[in-house]
Ligand binder design. Structure first.
Ligand code: 5GP
Length: 265
């Protein structure tokens, strides 16, 4: 409500400012800032506005403020994701959650974009120049994150093209398919200059993540962090990766799917 009033107020006050930056231009510098204090959104908007202007950039204030007002409730996308999991998610034996009508088969692009922006915010203190994922279900969230960061998105392929140059290969055990498969990337696209963020739909036992760690190590790139839409906290992947000191972020953590009841952390 405060954010909405502030949006109205500033829209009226600032609408004579010349449009010297586009709405999209604003995403990158804002993504690199720390989140505002939740105590007072109104003050947060001012602090951010001043910060951006002090920075020497002549941003269009009206756009800055509207953008910030839209983004001020940072928990929005997570609330929405949890609500969708509860309303549309289906549990299967063996602790599998199906989210086929908004993530894994049919996709909700608006929610996907909001989740990506939340991941970008959580990794805002990292310098990321590439997003990496594994086909197929990681591609949608990864490409949204890549678009928000304005960096390329690389996906590890499950089939090895005979035409791929300088192939790096690793093995991944699939929890849902109960088999091991090879994934590959070309070292033309994953190099020692890259600082990568791995993005995937689910974190379960962490096997896909470990495969990516191996590929990143083979290439000499730096792993900045790993972001997931849904983590199944009752499987060991999250604990294992965090204990290695990797920055892990998951938008929704499920502690239990026992008796087909979804319990969030
Ligand atoms: P992990 O490698 O962490 O064991 O499993 C992660 C991968 O398996 C993800 O890429 C995801 O596609 C798939 N996965 C693991 N658990 C689930 C689940 O409960 N539901 C769905 N839809 N995919 C899962």
């Amino acid at each position: 409500m405060v954010a909405l009033l502030a949006k109205r107020f500033f829209t009226n006050v600032q609408n004579d400012a010349p449009p010297i930056a586009t709405y999209n231009d604003l995403k990158r510098p804002i993504a690199t800032l720390p989140p505002p204090k939740k105590i007072n959104d109104f003050l947060g908007i001012w602090v951010y506005g001043l910060f951006l202007r002090k920075d020497g950039r002549k941003w269009h204030n009206h756009a800055v403020i509207c953008y910030l007002c839209d983004k001020i409730d940072f928990s929005h996308s997570m609330k929405q994701l949890k609500e969708r999991i509860l309303s549309d998610g289906k549990c299967f034996d063996g602790g599998i959650l199906k989210v086929d009508n908004f993530i894994n088969h049919q996709m909700d692009p608006v929610l996907m974009r909001e989740m990506a922006e939340e991941l970008v915010r959580r990794f805002s203190n990292h310098s990321i120049n590439k997003v990496i994922t594994i086909e197929a279900s990681g591609i949608a969230p990864a490409i949204m994150v890549g678009a928000a960061l304005n960096v390329p998105v690389l996906f590890a392929k499950k089939k090895m093209p005979s035409t791929m140059e300088n192939m790096l290969v690793t093995e991944v055990f699939s929890f849902t398919k109960n088999r091991t498969y090879s994934v590959c990337v070309s070292s033309n696209y994953l190099t020692a200059d890259d600082r990568v963020l791995f993005v995937d739909d689910f974190l379960a036992n962490g096997n896909a993540a470990k495969g990516i760690i191996d590929l990143v190590e083979q290439s000499g790139a730096t792993l900045e962090g790993m972001g997931f839409l849904i983590e199944k906290g009752f499987q060991r992947g999250g604990d294992e990766l965090r204990s290695r000191g990797i920055h892990i972020e998951s938008l929704a953590i499920i502690d239990s799917l026992d008796n087909c009841t979804i319990t969030f952390r």
